[in-house]
Ligand binder design. Structure first.
Ligand code: GCB
Ligand code: CA
Length: 866
């Protein structure tokens, strides 16, 4: 019975199954035994370590990069698995294909080492395991090591070097006659389109195959259009030990472009005289031509196209870099929805899912190797870097989306001049040989390198040698002010072009941090507010869009990402993303949609901020007026609050601001606009807490308030609750606020603004503690009689001297001689709650009196109990 069924199925699907089965590919991600540490005999049953069971994609650093302790595990770890290899062909060849494992990978099959260790954490590779296999069960063991290695880049970077087999692992099985698998780059087909025009396209394909000396074999190339119609078929006889070149042309080709990413499909097969198929590989083919012009910009198929988009890391909150293909594809979808047409795949080659989507969705892409900040300045380091670049180019060769290969990022970050002559020699040589390698490997694309120091600085080393030059510039963030972005950007471009008039300029990074929990109506540089980030991007885009010499620009970054050593508003997170580390859209993301999208678009930029608060405009008043920014690509927009129109406003550079009166409780904000005859709408439901202007108000009696002392920002406490802290203010009669004191400031000019860069222990609410008033004299609340809970949030951050203070409430000492550092330790957030009764009309005065050094306060919360 079984046999019959199989026979029937075969008869029916014979042709399809035949095609699919020429090369067998399957993932082997599940149920690996894993051990973090050193193991002598990983495959012996005598090994006594405790194996846990994990699923690939996997990283062993998902937790330790986020905890309060400095550092994360960088060392050896093992994966092992017993498995039966499916028998699908006679005399089959079996390969393991790694999409990526960080950073040195050693493979053992049945106890024997197979192939060389793979060096480098971001390039794909394959190993032929055939000879090590036996019938039945086989033991596969994989050692992965992510410890620092002087011979491997990256040597340093603003991202974490997570260890693990963090991308899919595949088993590939072929017949003895097959296209090469286990070579540098694990790719055997190289598709070139040396000449493309509207009239015709030349296609030249190089195929690398393994065949016996005897016999006649052909490489058959079949090009299909997007509807699966055969367009061209070419059969080329192969020679033993030689690559096969097949050339053909396509008349009236349908061109690939960001607007219309038309893809052909090339099926490459090995066939014999009788037409028996031995191996088969599919690749996308995009027919396009492009050019860069330093003055006029980028052209694709002759059409001027401004390249606008972001950079991207392969990172997701709590997952390290072990993210699924679904996350990768979802990221690409969000980038497309944003309206972008350009992607800088930073700072290393990424999952194949990314380029698949770039090809399909119409992204122009650049791809790079992790030569970041510093060279691996020794001979082995140089060779490893070259090999990495070759692997990257060869593996990713057949992606029409790619227009340039980038050899490195901010390679002068660690100043070569400080690292000595020997370093400089290797460093300069590395640049030269990488730039040449790009040209040797691929004549159809541009070479590219990305810097951040003065153009002349790189020029002095003779390393501005690629076709295109990129600059990462954080004007309005790390350096200079927002107001001067235009001036500074123009003069930078000018200085770069003055040195090399023919080298097109890409703004390869720009941006600023925003913690989705921080909001401000008075945004300032480095306050991490969503509003400052919005303003910064708006300022940049004005200049970028106005300057044809900026041929392309990439926001740093598409998404927030984890950096173990970073201590910003959210410790361990670089929050320059347009979406958060869990992909929630920030206000600036909507700005880009409004600026870039061709289809009608409208959004309330701050709609993710649902719970808001404010002080009533007048005593006894029932509204607080607050600005609400709307973005869109229409001409004008009308805003309604709780059904009442506030009139229409014209968009200026895709945005406009309404001053909206908000009342206690629910507020429905609706916006309506028109574009190309279509009506677009957006809405936000804001839950508003109206604080009385006079805390003695009888119409809106005081209940509770939390103040982010020492900060001009709102803070949304979002760990387990949605609780809002108000910005601080100076005390005025009838209200609340501080008396005396100065904002705590970071000593460096880079972080010009409020607060400091400490990961505060014992709390998730770092921004409350990072911002403080130092030398504060008093905090006052003019509240009516009653019983109150008063909470004080305190922390002593990075202070060198001894500090102690007395804290008094209405003249009574509640905390004497408080030395935070001595009592609680460095950098720890401390909150204490006091029960207070107010029996007169004088409200609450909290006095801070220095016993030694200076007083300080980070936050205060007051709640009326009775
Ligand atoms: C840069 C680096 C990037 C950093 C970024 C930042 O210039 O290329 O790796 O993450 O700055 O946020 O400081
Ligand atoms: Ca604070």
């Amino acid at each position: 019975m079984k046999k019959i069924v199989v026979f029937l199925l075969m008869a029916h699907f014979g042709a399809i199954m035949h095609a699919q089965q020429v090369r067998h590919i399957e993932t082997i991600n599940d149920a690996w035994h894993f051990y973090k540490g050193e193991v002598e005999k990983p495959f012996s049953p005598a090994t006594t370590v405790n194996w846990e069971t994990v699923t690939i994609p996997h990283s062993w650093n998902t937790e330790d990069i986020l905890d309060d302790e400095d550092g994360y595990y960088r060392g050896e770890a093992w994966y092992k698995k017993t498995m039966e290899i499916p028998q699908v062909y006679e005399n089959q060849q079996v390969f393991l294909f790694f999409e990526g494992a960080n950073q040195v990978t050693s493979l053992f099959v049945n106890g024997k080492p197979v192939g060389e260790d793979h060096i480098g954490g971001y390039t794909s590779f394959a190993r032929d395991i055939t000879v090590a296999l036996k019938a039945g069960k086989n033991e596969i063991a994989i050692k992965v090591n992510n410890e620092h290695n002087d011979e491997i880049v990256p040597q340093a970077a603003d991202f974490s070097f997570y260890g693990g087999i963090y991308r899919d692992l595949h088993l590939i099985i072929t017949k003895p006659v097959h296209f090469e698998v286990a070579n540098l780059g694990a790719n055997a087909i190289f598709i070139r389109t040396p000449e493309v025009s509207e009239a015709s396209a030349k296609v030249s394909v190089e195929s690398k195959l393994i065949r016996p000396k005897k016999g006649t074999y052909y490489v058959k190339q079949s090009l299909f259009d997007a509807n699966n119609n055969l367009v061209k078929e070419v059969k080329t006889k192969t020679k033993f030990g030689k690559d096969t070149f097949s050339d053909f042309s396509v008349e009236n080709p349908k061109l690939w472009s960001p607007e219309n990413p038309y893809l052909y499909k090339l099926i490459t097969e090995i066939v014999d005289r009788k037409g028996v198929i031995y191996d088969r590989i599919e690749n996308p083919v995009g027919l396009r031509w492009f050019s860069f012009d330093a003055k006029k910009g980028f052209f694709i198929n002759g059409k001027s196209t401004k390249l606008l988009g972001t950079c991207r890391h392969q990172d997701f909150y709590g997952k390290a870099n072990a993210v699924s293909d679904e996350v990768h594809r979802n990221d690409m979808r969000l980038l497309k929805e944003m309206g972008s047409n350009f992607l800088r795949i930073a700072h290393y080659p990424q999952d194949p899912a990314i380029l698949e989507m770039c090809n399909k969705m119409g992204f122009v892409a650049t791809l790079e190797i992790p030569f970041v900040d510093k060279a691996a300045a020794n001979e082995a380091g140089k060779q490893n870097t070259i090999k990495m670049l070759k692997e990257a180019i060869r593996y990713n060769y057949n992606n029409p989306a790619i227009v340039a290969w980038n050899l490195g990022n901010e390679t002068t970050m660690k100043e070569p001049k400080k690292l000595g002559e020997d370093y400089i020699k290797h460093f300069v040589e590395t640049h030269k040989v990488l730039a040449k390698t790009i040209k040797d490997e691929d004549k159809t694309r541009s070479s590219y390198s990305v810097f951040f120091r003065e153009p002349a600085y790189q020029d002095n080393f003779g390393i501005r040698i690629t076709d295109i030059i990129g600059y990462n510039k954080y004007f309005g963030w790390y350096v200079e002010e927002l107001e001067d972005i235009d001036k500074n950007l123009r003069s930078l471009v000018e200085r770069s072009l003055a040195l090399d008039p023919d080298k097109p300029f890409i703004l390869s990074e720009y941006g600023g941090g925003a913690d989705p929990r921080i909001r401000s109506y008075n945004p300032t540089r480095f306050d991490f507010s969503m509003e400052y980030q919005f303003d910064l991007h708006k300022a940049y885009m004005k200049t970028i869009l106005d300057m044809p010499e900026i041929v392309g620009a990439n926001v740093w970054n598409y998404a927030d990402f984890q950096v173990e050593h970073r201590k910003d508003a959210v410790p361990h997170i670089n929050n320059k993303g347009l979406v958060s580390a869990t992909r929630e859209k920030k206000d600036a993301y909507y700005l880009y949609q409004a600026l870039l999208k061709k289809t009608p678009f409208l959004a309330i930029a701050s709609k993710s901020w649902v719970k808001r608060a404010g002080i009533a405009d007048t005593e006894g008043g029932n509204v607080a007026t607050q600005p609400i920014v709307v973005v869109g690509n229409g001409k004008e927009v009308e805003l309604f609050v709780n059904g009442t129109s506030l009139g229409k406003k014209a968009f200026d550079f895709a945005s406009t601001t309404f001053n909206v009166p908000l009342q206690q409780g629910e507020n429905l904000i609706e916006v309506v606009s028109k574009k190309d005859g279509k009506t677009v709408k957006d809405f936000a439901n804001i839950e508003f807490t109206l604080q009385p202007k006079n805390l003695n108000s009888t119409s809106n009696p005081f209940k509770e308030i939390a103040v982010n002392v020492g900060s001009t920002c709102y803070f949304i406490e979002s760990h387990n609750v949605d609780y809002l802290w108000m910005p601080d203010q100076a005390y005025t009669k009838g209200s609340f606020g501080y008396v005396g004191g100065e904002l705590l400031r970071h000593p460096s000019k880079r972080r010009n603004t409020i607060g400091t860069d400490v990961s505060v222990k014992g709390t998730e609410n770092d921004p409350i503690y990072q911002t403080q008033l130092i030398g504060i004299e008093a905090y006052k609340f003019d509240v009516p009689k009653g019983t109150y809970e008063l909470s004080l949030a305190l922390a002593e951050l990075k202070s060198k001297k001894d500090n102690s203070m007395d804290i008094l409430v209405n003249g009574k000492k509640v905390w004497s001689n408080l030395n935070l550092k001595a009592t609680y330790g460095d950098d720890r957030g401390v909150t204490k709650r006091f029960l207070i009764s107010v029996d007169d009309a004088n409200g609450i005065t909290i006095d801070f009196k220095a016993v030694e050094g200076k007083t300080r306060l980070s936050g205060v919360k007051l709640r009326k109990v009775n």
